[in-house]
Design a protein around this ligand. Structure first.
Ligand code: ADP
Ligand code: MG
Length: 313
C-alpha cells in the first residue's frame, strides 16, 4: 500500500474509532497509545493471529465478518480470565488487491463489537503485501473485581459447567459470530468462586483437558446426556455421519466458557440462576487422571479429540 493510501486509511480509521475511552487516555494517532488502567488488580494481555485460509476465508466470509471474529476471539480470552477488556490493537497484513476496502470492512466489523464491550481500538499497524490477509489483534484488559481466573484451580469433586450449546460451529459459519462471554464471566464471579476457566476454542474435550493438566494432572468424567448439543451439531452430523455428541465434544470454535465450581457453588447457582447467564453442568472433576464419558450406564475413556485448528489438520 502506498504511503498516501496508508495514511488516508489510518485517518479514516481514526475518524471512526473513539480516540479515548475507559483506561485509554490517547488512542489512535500518536506513536504509542497511552493507557491509564486502574491501579487495583492486574493487567491481562492477549494476542491472537488469524490467517486467511486457516481461521477464515476472506472471499467467502467477507472482511466485516473477519474483523468481527478476529476481535471476538481475543475478547473471549479476556472473558476466560473473568477480566474486563479495555483496549484493542489491530495489526493487519492486507492483500494488495482491494487493500483499502478490506481494511475498512475489517474495522467496520470490529467497532460495533468493541463498543458493545466498552473496548477502545487504541492502535495497530497497517501493511499490505502480495500475500493473504493476516490479522493479529492484541487486547489489554484488567482484573479489578478479583484475581484473574486461571486454568489451574480445579479440585477433585468440583463440577464442570459450560455456558452454552456446543458443536458444528465450523460447518454452519457460527465460528464467525461468537459472543465473547465477558459480562457473563464477570457476573458469575460476583456469585461464586470460579476455580478454573477456559474458553472453548479447540473443543470441550481438548479445552477441559487443558484445565485438568494445569490443575496438576486431574481427571474428569463428562455425562453424555448433560452435554448441551447445538442444532448446528445435528446438521454437521447429517453431513459427515459423526454423532451430534461427537461434534459437541470435539468441534472447536464455540467460544463458550468451560468453568469449574465447587459443588456448593454449583448447587447454589442451579437453585438461584443468574439472569442472562446460561450454565449447564456437564461433569465432575476427579483425582484419577484422564477424561471419561458416562454414556448409557457405562464409563469409557474419552480422547481429547478437539481440532487443533480450523478444519483441523
Ligand atoms: P508509526 O509509524 O509511528 O507506527 P503508523 O503510521 O503506523 O505510526 O500509525 C499511526 C497511528 O495509527 C498509530 O497510532 C497506530 O497505532 C494507528 N494505526 C495504524 N494502523 C492501525 C490499524 N489497522 N488499526 C488501528 N490503528 C492503527
Ligand atoms: Mg506503525
Amino acid at each position: 500500500m502506498s504511503d498516501g493510501g496508508e495514511f488516508a486509511l489510518i485517518d479514516w480509521i481514526r475518524r471512526r474509532a473513539a480516540t479515548t475511552g475507559p483506561g485509554v487516555a490517547v488512542g489512535i494517532g500518536d506513536d504509542c497509545a497511552v493507557l491509564t488502567p486502574s491501579r487495583d488488580g492486574e493487567l491481562l494481555l492477549t494476542t491472537d493471529m488469524l490467517m486467511d485460509g486457516r481461521h477464515f476465508r476472506l472471499r467467502e466470509d467477507g472482511p466485516r465478518a473477519v474483523g468481527y471474529k478476529c476481535l471476538a476471539v481475543n475478547l473471549s480470552d479476556i472473558a476466560a480470565m473473568a477480566g474486563r477488556p479495555l483496549a484493542a490493537f489491530a495489526a493487519v497484513a492486507l492483500p494488495l488487491r482491494e487493500s483499502t476496502a478490506v481494511a475498512q470492512g475489517l474495522i467496520d466489523g470490529m467497532l460495533p463489537l468493541a463498543e458493545r464491550h466498552g473496548v477502545t481500538l487504541a492502535g495497530g499497524d497497517t501493511n499490505a503485501w502480495d500475500g493473504p490477509l493476516v490479522v493479529a489483534i492484541t487486547v489489554l484488559g484488567t482484573s479489578e473485581e478479583g484475581p484473574p481466573v486461571l486454568r489451574s484451580g480445579a479440585r477433585p469433586g468440583d463440577v464442570v459447567l459450560v455456558t452454552g450449546p456446543l458443536g458444528g460451529s465450523l460447518d454452519s459459519g457460527r465460528h464467525l459470530r461468537p459472543s465473547p462471554r465477558i459480562e457473563e464471566a464477570r457476573e458469575l464471579r460476583r456469585y461464586a468462586t470460579i476455580r478454573a476457566m477456559i474458553d472453548i476454542s479447540d473443543g470441550l474435550s481438548s479445552d477441559l483437558a487443558h484445565i485438568l493438566d494445569a490443575s496438576g494432572g486431574l481427571g474428569a468424567t463428562l455425562d453424555a446426556v448433560e452435554i448441551p448439543i447445538h442444532p448446528d451439531a445435528s446438521r454437521a452430523s447429517q453431513r459427515d455421519g459423526r454423532s451430534p455428541l461427537d461434534h459437541a465434544l470435539n468441534d472447536g470454535e464455540d467460544f463458550e466458557l468451560c468453568l469449574v465450581l465447587s459443588p456448593e457453588d454449583a448447587d447454589r447457582l442451579a437453585t438461584a440462576p443468574i439472569a442472562g447467564v446460561e450454565l449447564r453442568r456437564v461433569g465432575r472433576i476427579e483425582a484419577e487422571g484422564g477424561l471419561r464419558l458416562r454414556e448409557g450406564g457405562r464409563v469409557l475413556p474419552l480422547a481429547a479429540g478437539g481440532f487443533d485448528h480450523f478444519h483441523g489438520a
